[in-house]
Design a protein around this ligand. Structure first.
Ligand code: MN
Length: 360
Protein backbone atom coordinates (compact mmCIF):
# COMPACT_ATOMS: atom_id res chain seq x y z
CA UNK A 1 0.00 0.00 0.00
CA UNK A 2 1.45 3.34 -0.97
CA UNK A 3 1.32 5.78 1.93
CA UNK A 4 1.82 9.53 1.77
CA UNK A 5 5.28 11.07 1.86
CA UNK A 6 5.02 12.18 5.50
CA UNK A 7 4.41 8.58 6.58
CA UNK A 8 7.59 7.41 4.87
CA UNK A 9 9.61 10.33 6.23
CA UNK A 10 8.40 9.53 9.75
CA UNK A 11 9.34 5.85 9.36
CA UNK A 12 12.76 6.76 7.92
CA UNK A 13 13.42 9.16 10.79
CA UNK A 14 12.53 6.49 13.34
CA UNK A 15 14.93 4.10 11.63
CA UNK A 16 17.71 6.70 11.67
CA UNK A 17 17.17 7.35 15.36
CA UNK A 18 17.43 3.64 16.16
CA UNK A 19 20.53 3.37 13.97
CA UNK A 20 22.10 6.29 15.78
CA UNK A 21 21.42 4.59 19.12
CA UNK A 22 23.54 1.68 17.83
CA UNK A 23 26.24 4.08 16.59
CA UNK A 24 25.51 3.08 13.00
CA UNK A 25 26.63 5.74 10.51
CA UNK A 26 25.21 4.06 7.42
CA UNK A 27 22.21 1.72 7.36
CA UNK A 28 22.13 -0.68 4.40
CA UNK A 29 18.63 -2.15 4.03
CA UNK A 30 18.18 -5.35 2.02
CA UNK A 31 15.17 -7.18 3.48
CA UNK A 32 12.29 -6.84 0.97
CA UNK A 33 9.55 -6.05 3.51
CA UNK A 34 11.75 -3.49 5.25
CA UNK A 35 12.59 -1.77 1.97
CA UNK A 36 8.93 -1.72 1.04
CA UNK A 37 7.99 -0.35 4.46
CA UNK A 38 10.42 2.54 4.12
CA UNK A 39 9.72 3.41 0.50
CA UNK A 40 6.58 1.78 -0.89
CA UNK A 41 8.87 0.60 -3.67
CA UNK A 42 9.22 -2.96 -4.94
CA UNK A 43 11.62 -4.34 -7.49
CA UNK A 44 13.80 -7.36 -8.00
CA UNK A 45 16.94 -5.28 -7.65
CA UNK A 46 17.12 -2.39 -5.23
CA UNK A 47 18.68 -1.22 -1.99
CA UNK A 48 18.02 1.49 0.55
CA UNK A 49 20.85 3.31 2.26
CA UNK A 50 20.30 5.76 5.10
CA UNK A 51 22.91 8.04 6.60
CA UNK A 52 22.46 10.85 9.10
CA UNK A 53 22.01 13.38 6.28
CA UNK A 54 20.87 11.43 3.24
CA UNK A 55 18.31 8.86 2.08
CA UNK A 56 19.27 6.82 -0.98
CA UNK A 57 17.30 4.38 -3.08
CA UNK A 58 19.49 2.43 -5.52
CA UNK A 59 18.10 0.51 -8.48
CA UNK A 60 18.83 -0.24 -12.13
CA UNK A 61 17.55 1.04 -15.47
CA UNK A 62 14.49 -1.22 -15.46
CA UNK A 63 13.02 0.43 -12.37
CA UNK A 64 14.69 3.85 -12.21
CA UNK A 65 11.86 5.79 -13.85
CA UNK A 66 9.33 4.44 -11.37
CA UNK A 67 11.74 5.03 -8.48
CA UNK A 68 12.26 8.65 -9.49
CA UNK A 69 8.52 9.22 -9.64
CA UNK A 70 8.02 8.15 -6.02
CA UNK A 71 7.36 10.91 -3.56
CA UNK A 72 8.93 9.27 -0.56
CA UNK A 73 11.92 11.46 0.15
CA UNK A 74 14.71 9.40 -1.43
CA UNK A 75 17.55 10.41 -3.70
CA UNK A 76 17.71 7.81 -6.45
CA UNK A 77 20.95 6.25 -7.60
CA UNK A 78 21.09 4.27 -10.85
CA UNK A 79 23.04 1.06 -10.69
CA UNK A 80 24.74 -0.29 -13.82
CA UNK A 81 27.27 -2.99 -14.61
CA UNK A 82 29.91 -0.26 -14.36
CA UNK A 83 28.55 1.26 -11.17
CA UNK A 84 27.36 -1.41 -8.78
CA UNK A 85 25.95 -1.26 -5.27
CA UNK A 86 29.43 -2.08 -4.01
CA UNK A 87 30.92 0.87 -5.93
CA UNK A 88 28.33 3.11 -4.31
CA UNK A 89 29.06 1.71 -0.86
CA UNK A 90 32.81 2.15 -1.34
CA UNK A 91 32.26 5.84 -2.17
CA UNK A 92 29.89 6.32 0.74
CA UNK A 93 31.41 3.96 3.26
CA UNK A 94 30.95 5.18 6.81
CA UNK A 95 32.86 4.33 9.94
CA UNK A 96 30.21 1.88 11.09
CA UNK A 97 27.98 0.14 8.58
CA UNK A 98 24.76 -1.53 9.71
CA UNK A 99 23.66 -4.49 7.59
CA UNK A 100 20.78 -6.92 7.92
CA UNK A 101 22.55 -10.20 8.71
CA UNK A 102 19.41 -12.23 8.18
CA UNK A 103 18.78 -11.06 4.63
CA UNK A 104 22.18 -10.25 3.15
CA UNK A 105 23.74 -13.03 1.12
CA UNK A 106 27.08 -14.56 1.97
CA UNK A 107 28.17 -13.75 -1.55
CA UNK A 108 27.38 -10.05 -1.17
CA UNK A 109 29.06 -10.01 2.23
CA UNK A 110 32.26 -11.51 0.84
CA UNK A 111 32.35 -9.04 -2.04
CA UNK A 112 31.69 -6.20 0.36
CA UNK A 113 34.55 -7.20 2.64
CA UNK A 114 36.86 -7.39 -0.34
CA UNK A 115 35.82 -4.28 -2.28
CA UNK A 116 34.32 -1.91 0.30
CA UNK A 117 36.35 -2.78 3.40
CA UNK A 118 34.01 -1.09 5.88
CA UNK A 119 35.69 -0.01 9.10
CA UNK A 120 33.16 -1.70 11.33
CA UNK A 121 30.07 -3.80 10.68
CA UNK A 122 27.17 -4.27 13.07
CA UNK A 123 23.86 -6.07 12.78
CA UNK A 124 20.91 -3.94 11.75
CA UNK A 125 18.49 -6.84 12.17
CA UNK A 126 15.39 -5.84 14.11
CA UNK A 127 15.82 -2.09 13.55
CA UNK A 128 13.04 -1.77 10.97
CA UNK A 129 11.18 -4.75 12.44
CA UNK A 130 10.99 -3.01 15.80
CA UNK A 131 9.16 -0.13 14.10
CA UNK A 132 6.94 -2.44 12.07
CA UNK A 133 5.81 -4.32 15.17
CA UNK A 134 3.34 -1.54 16.04
CA UNK A 135 0.91 -0.97 13.19
CA UNK A 136 -0.23 2.43 11.99
CA UNK A 137 -3.96 2.90 11.47
CA UNK A 138 -3.72 2.44 7.70
CA UNK A 139 -1.80 -0.79 8.23
CA UNK A 140 -4.44 -2.13 10.62
CA UNK A 141 -7.10 -1.28 8.04
CA UNK A 142 -5.14 -3.19 5.41
CA UNK A 143 -4.75 -6.27 7.64
CA UNK A 144 -8.47 -6.02 8.38
CA UNK A 145 -9.30 -5.92 4.66
CA UNK A 146 -7.12 -8.99 4.13
CA UNK A 147 -8.90 -10.72 7.02
CA UNK A 148 -12.33 -9.85 5.63
CA UNK A 149 -11.46 -11.55 2.34
CA UNK A 150 -10.53 -14.69 4.31
CA UNK A 151 -13.76 -14.47 6.35
CA UNK A 152 -15.80 -14.42 3.15
CA UNK A 153 -13.75 -17.29 1.78
CA UNK A 154 -14.48 -19.44 4.83
CA UNK A 155 -18.22 -18.90 4.52
CA UNK A 156 -17.95 -19.74 0.82
CA UNK A 157 -15.94 -22.90 1.35
CA UNK A 158 -18.48 -24.37 3.79
CA UNK A 159 -20.80 -24.96 0.84
CA UNK A 160 -17.99 -26.55 -1.13
CA UNK A 161 -16.86 -29.06 1.51
CA UNK A 162 -18.44 -32.49 1.12
CA UNK A 163 -17.37 -36.12 0.98
CA UNK A 164 -15.37 -36.85 -2.18
CA UNK A 165 -13.85 -33.37 -2.52
CA UNK A 166 -10.06 -33.44 -2.18
CA UNK A 167 -7.86 -31.22 0.01
CA UNK A 168 -6.36 -29.84 -3.19
CA UNK A 169 -9.81 -28.95 -4.55
CA UNK A 170 -10.54 -27.00 -1.37
CA UNK A 171 -7.21 -25.16 -1.46
CA UNK A 172 -7.73 -24.20 -5.11
CA UNK A 173 -11.28 -23.04 -4.48
CA UNK A 174 -10.14 -20.87 -1.55
CA UNK A 175 -7.41 -19.34 -3.68
CA UNK A 176 -9.69 -18.60 -6.63
CA UNK A 177 -12.33 -17.11 -4.35
CA UNK A 178 -9.88 -14.86 -2.48
CA UNK A 179 -8.21 -13.63 -5.66
CA UNK A 180 -11.64 -12.95 -7.09
CA UNK A 181 -12.52 -10.91 -3.98
CA UNK A 182 -9.52 -8.66 -4.49
CA UNK A 183 -6.58 -10.43 -2.85
CA UNK A 184 -3.21 -9.54 -4.44
CA UNK A 185 -2.10 -13.08 -3.70
CA UNK A 186 -2.30 -15.73 -1.03
CA UNK A 187 -0.62 -14.65 2.21
CA UNK A 188 0.98 -18.13 2.27
CA UNK A 189 0.36 -21.54 0.75
CA UNK A 190 -3.02 -22.75 1.97
CA UNK A 191 -3.03 -25.67 4.40
CA UNK A 192 -5.85 -28.18 4.02
CA UNK A 193 -5.47 -31.26 6.19
CA UNK A 194 -8.21 -33.85 6.54
CA UNK A 195 -8.71 -37.04 8.54
CA UNK A 196 -5.48 -38.52 9.88
CA UNK A 197 -3.50 -35.92 7.89
CA UNK A 198 -4.92 -33.35 10.31
CA UNK A 199 -2.16 -34.22 12.76
CA UNK A 200 0.35 -32.56 10.38
CA UNK A 201 0.17 -28.93 11.51
CA UNK A 202 1.45 -27.58 8.18
CA UNK A 203 0.16 -30.23 5.77
CA UNK A 204 0.44 -29.52 2.05
CA UNK A 205 -2.98 -30.15 0.43
CA UNK A 206 -3.06 -33.64 -1.04
CA UNK A 207 -5.33 -35.61 -3.34
CA UNK A 208 -6.96 -37.24 -0.31
CA UNK A 209 -10.75 -37.13 -0.70
CA UNK A 210 -12.80 -36.12 2.32
CA UNK A 211 -14.98 -38.71 3.95
CA UNK A 212 -17.63 -39.02 6.60
CA UNK A 213 -16.17 -38.61 10.10
CA UNK A 214 -13.25 -36.42 9.04
CA UNK A 215 -12.08 -33.29 10.70
CA UNK A 216 -10.70 -30.86 8.09
CA UNK A 217 -8.31 -28.12 9.16
CA UNK A 218 -8.06 -25.12 6.84
CA UNK A 219 -5.35 -22.52 7.47
CA UNK A 220 -5.29 -19.75 4.92
CA UNK A 221 -5.01 -16.03 4.35
CA UNK A 222 -5.17 -13.31 1.78
CA UNK A 223 -2.66 -10.62 0.95
CA UNK A 224 -4.25 -7.24 0.36
CA UNK A 225 -2.19 -4.22 -0.67
CA UNK A 226 0.89 -5.96 0.69
CA UNK A 227 -0.63 -6.92 4.07
CA UNK A 228 -1.39 -10.49 5.14
CA UNK A 229 -4.19 -12.20 6.99
CA UNK A 230 -4.10 -15.59 8.70
CA UNK A 231 -6.96 -17.74 9.95
CA UNK A 232 -7.56 -21.40 10.79
CA UNK A 233 -10.79 -23.27 11.23
CA UNK A 234 -11.41 -26.99 11.73
CA UNK A 235 -14.76 -28.35 10.58
CA UNK A 236 -16.26 -31.83 10.84
CA UNK A 237 -17.94 -34.00 8.23
CA UNK A 238 -20.86 -36.16 9.26
CA UNK A 239 -20.35 -38.61 12.12
CA UNK A 240 -17.85 -36.89 14.41
CA UNK A 241 -16.75 -39.00 17.40
CA UNK A 242 -17.06 -38.03 21.03
CA UNK A 243 -13.26 -37.85 21.24
CA UNK A 244 -13.11 -35.45 18.28
CA UNK A 245 -15.79 -33.25 19.86
CA UNK A 246 -13.97 -33.27 23.18
CA UNK A 247 -10.64 -32.29 21.62
CA UNK A 248 -12.35 -29.53 19.65
CA UNK A 249 -13.92 -28.18 22.82
CA UNK A 250 -10.54 -28.16 24.62
CA UNK A 251 -8.84 -26.27 21.76
CA UNK A 252 -11.73 -23.81 21.54
CA UNK A 253 -11.67 -23.13 25.27
CA UNK A 254 -7.89 -22.65 25.17
CA UNK A 255 -8.26 -20.30 22.20
CA UNK A 256 -10.93 -18.28 23.98
CA UNK A 257 -9.01 -18.18 27.27
CA UNK A 258 -5.82 -16.94 25.59
CA UNK A 259 -7.85 -14.39 23.62
CA UNK A 260 -9.42 -13.16 26.86
CA UNK A 261 -6.07 -12.54 28.53
CA UNK A 262 -4.38 -10.68 25.67
CA UNK A 263 -4.18 -6.91 26.01
CA UNK A 264 -1.54 -4.21 26.03
CA UNK A 265 1.27 -4.85 28.54
CA UNK A 266 0.57 -8.60 28.79
CA UNK A 267 3.63 -10.80 28.19
CA UNK A 268 3.37 -12.93 25.08
CA UNK A 269 4.64 -15.90 27.11
CA UNK A 270 1.80 -15.48 29.60
CA UNK A 271 -0.79 -15.62 26.81
CA UNK A 272 0.90 -18.80 25.54
CA UNK A 273 0.87 -20.37 29.00
CA UNK A 274 -2.86 -19.74 29.47
CA UNK A 275 -3.66 -21.86 26.40
CA UNK A 276 -0.92 -24.39 27.10
CA UNK A 277 -1.98 -25.04 30.69
CA UNK A 278 -5.57 -25.65 29.63
CA UNK A 279 -4.49 -28.14 26.97
CA UNK A 280 -2.00 -29.82 29.32
CA UNK A 281 -4.58 -29.91 32.09
CA UNK A 282 -6.90 -31.83 29.76
CA UNK A 283 -4.11 -34.35 29.12
CA UNK A 284 -3.15 -33.27 25.61
CA UNK A 285 -0.06 -31.16 26.37
CA UNK A 286 2.30 -33.30 24.29
CA UNK A 287 0.06 -32.78 21.25
CA UNK A 288 0.38 -28.97 21.25
CA UNK A 289 3.93 -28.66 19.92
CA UNK A 290 4.00 -25.13 18.54
CA UNK A 291 3.66 -21.63 19.92
CA UNK A 292 0.38 -19.80 20.51
CA UNK A 293 0.85 -17.28 17.72
CA UNK A 294 2.83 -14.62 15.91
CA UNK A 295 2.62 -11.12 14.52
CA UNK A 296 1.15 -10.57 11.06
CA UNK A 297 1.73 -7.65 8.72
CA UNK A 298 3.78 -7.29 5.56
CA UNK A 299 5.10 -10.74 6.50
CA UNK A 300 2.89 -13.64 7.46
CA UNK A 301 5.17 -14.41 10.41
CA UNK A 302 6.74 -11.39 12.05
CA UNK A 303 7.26 -9.92 15.49
CA UNK A 304 5.99 -10.35 18.15
CA UNK A 305 6.39 -14.06 18.91
CA UNK A 306 3.81 -15.63 21.19
CA UNK A 307 5.37 -18.72 22.75
CA UNK A 308 6.71 -19.98 26.06
CA UNK A 309 10.17 -18.50 25.54
CA UNK A 310 9.13 -15.13 24.11
CA UNK A 311 10.41 -11.99 25.81
CA UNK A 312 7.94 -9.86 23.84
CA UNK A 313 5.38 -7.78 25.69
CA UNK A 314 2.17 -7.17 23.75
CA UNK A 315 1.32 -3.56 22.94
CA UNK A 316 -1.64 -1.67 21.54
CA UNK A 317 -1.86 -1.86 17.73
CA UNK A 318 0.11 -5.04 17.36
CA UNK A 319 -1.63 -7.53 15.04
CA UNK A 320 -1.24 -11.10 16.28
CA UNK A 321 -2.63 -14.60 15.81
CA UNK A 322 -4.02 -16.79 18.60
CA UNK A 323 -3.86 -20.38 17.37
CA UNK A 324 -3.66 -23.30 19.78
CA UNK A 325 -4.00 -26.81 18.38
CA UNK A 326 -4.02 -30.49 19.31
CA UNK A 327 -2.54 -32.98 16.83
CA UNK A 328 -2.93 -36.68 17.47
CA UNK A 329 -0.72 -38.71 15.12
CA UNK A 330 -2.56 -41.22 12.99
CA UNK A 331 -5.95 -39.93 14.12
CA UNK A 332 -6.86 -36.27 13.62
CA UNK A 333 -5.96 -32.69 14.45
CA UNK A 334 -7.71 -29.49 15.52
CA UNK A 335 -6.44 -25.93 15.26
CA UNK A 336 -8.46 -22.75 15.73
CA UNK A 337 -6.78 -19.46 14.82
CA UNK A 338 -8.00 -15.89 15.01
CA UNK A 339 -6.15 -12.81 13.85
CA UNK A 340 -6.58 -9.92 16.26
CA UNK A 341 -5.53 -6.36 16.99
CA UNK A 342 -4.19 -5.77 20.51
CA UNK A 343 -5.83 -2.85 22.32
CA UNK A 344 -5.37 -1.14 25.70
CA UNK A 345 -7.91 -3.43 27.35
CA UNK A 346 -8.24 -6.49 25.15
CA UNK A 347 -8.33 -7.46 21.51
CA UNK A 348 -10.42 -6.80 18.45
CA UNK A 349 -10.73 -10.05 16.51
CA UNK A 350 -10.54 -9.65 12.76
CA UNK A 351 -11.53 -13.30 12.19
CA UNK A 352 -15.22 -12.77 12.64
CA UNK A 353 -16.50 -16.11 11.36
CA UNK A 354 -17.93 -18.67 13.77
CA UNK A 355 -15.47 -20.79 15.73
CA UNK A 356 -17.95 -23.11 17.44
CA UNK A 357 -17.78 -26.61 15.92
CA UNK A 358 -19.41 -26.70 12.49
CA UNK A 359 -20.43 -30.17 11.31
CA UNK A 360 -21.27 -30.43 7.63
MN1 MN B 1 -0.73 -18.44 11.83
Amino acid sequence: MIMNKDTYIARINKAKKLAEDKNIDGLWITKPENKYYLSGFESSNFFIYLTKERNYLLTDFRYIELARSLETGFETVMLTNQYTALDFLRENCPGTLGIEYKSITFDFYNDMMEKVKPGNIVSADQIIESIRIIKEKQEIDAVKSAAEIANLAFVHILDFIKPGVTERDIALELEFFMRHKGADALAFDTIAASGERGSLPHAVPSSRALKNGDFVTLDFGAKWNGYCSDMTRTVGLGAISAEQKNVYRIVLEAQKAASAVIAANVSASVADSVAREMISGAGYGEYFGHGLGHGVGLEIHEAPTLNALSKDVLKTDMTVTIEPGIYIPGKFGVRIEDLAVVTDNGIISLSTVDKELIII
